[in-house]
Design a protein around this ligand. Structure first.
Ligand code: THU
Length: 130
């Protein structure tokens, strides 16, 4: 899948968002190393802390179907500003792919590319538990 197609999927997933409290739809498209793509959207809750971000929705869908090797993720917000992944999502993504590519997409399709290592340096990983 091209970068543009992955970004389009992330942008389109905003339509599936359930965000009645923030009114801030977010979409994500996660590409695995085998080429499969899992999409996600944010799913809010009246108990705000129970909200799930778009990125984690995509990761949990992928892992629950047996995919744990991730190549890149596109994340689309609804504003002119980019929507970088929150700290919890950075940590969850880093569990599986600490150096994956992260593509931020703004509302009119402009992109910014980073690595997860740049977004989460000095991460806490499973190796620290040994
Ligand atoms: N949100 C995401 O889906 N991903 C992020 O990385 C940042 C925040 C969602 C959570 C909540 O539904 C809304 O954006 C406002 O915080």
């Amino acid at each position: 899948m091209t970068k543009q197609e992955l970004c389009r999927k992330a942008l389109d997933m905003r339509l599936m968002s359930y965000a009645p409290y923030s009114h801030f739809p977010v979409g994500a498209a996660l590409e695995c190393t085998d080429g499969t793509v899992y999409t996600g959207c944010n799913i809010e809750n009246a108990s705000y802390g129970a909200t799930n971000c778009a990125e984690r929705t995509a990761v949990f869908k992928a892992v629950s179907e047996g995919r744990k090797a991730f190549k890149r993720i596109a994340i689309a917000g609804t504003t002119k500003e980019f929507c970088p992944p929150c700290g919890v999502c950075r940590q969850v993504l880093s569990e599986f792919a600490p150096d994956m590519e992260v593509i931020l997409v703004n509302y009119d399709g402009r992109t910014r590319e980073l690595t997860l290592g740049e977004l989460l340096p000095c991460r806490f990983g499973g190796d620290k538990l040994k």
